[in-house]
Design a protein. Sequence first.
Length: 276
Amino acid sequence: MENRTDLAVESYENGGKTVLDGVKVEENDNVTTVTVFNENGAAALGKGIGKYITYCTDTALDDSQIFDGRLDELSKILSSLLPKNIKSVLVAGLGNTDITADALGPKTVNYVLATRHIINDYNNDNSYFSDFFNVSSISTGVLGDTGIESAEIIKGVVNQIKPDCVIAVDALAASSSSRLGNTVQLSDVGISPGSGVGNHRYEISESTLGVPVVSIGIPTVVSTSVIRGKNDNGAMFVTPREIDRIIEHGAKLIAMTVNVCLQKNIDAKDLFSLVG
């Protein structure tokens, strides 16, 4: 039975955790790092060359729980994946706001502190704004509503504002129901929206945009084949009943991870008060 998944760690687990040429797996408490070194590893795992870091945690946190240490750990992981000495970042939220399980990206963008306009307009007049890191954000919508691929929209924005890096946020598919809302995957490979549910869209990566791309996602759907115990070709996907909570609080967790990672000169609780 073949189960679709966007999670590199599940591709490794579904293969029986066998040693694969070109793939290295490191497990440390609630963090698993899967590194694909070459084309052999990419072919064996079905994932692109690069690093995939899986952080296991309950993403449906209350606002009061967001500062319990998980935010610091996630921001450090994100920092390790970002290119060094970058001066500007574009955060792109992928997904459909009309479908709860697919609304993680747009919801996340709502809580990202965008500062590019402030820096451009006021940086020379007020030294306070020199503490801000240059961040811009966009919610791309979906092809069925806009008639434009998300990758095309992002590429157009990248060409115009020229960020040093793109952070793409999207809901993911898992092959295990236990992963739903309990896992955050961060990767420096980029992302192919919809690939986990068989709806492949244009790839969003350094090769297509011309700048490094880091992706962040939380699995929100699982194939019915997992629940039924037989292969139904992934015809249907289901979500947990607490999906509204997972999306709302997961979006805040990812956005605050981005905010804390990039806005290093601003206290995390001050950042949360600005966006939360």
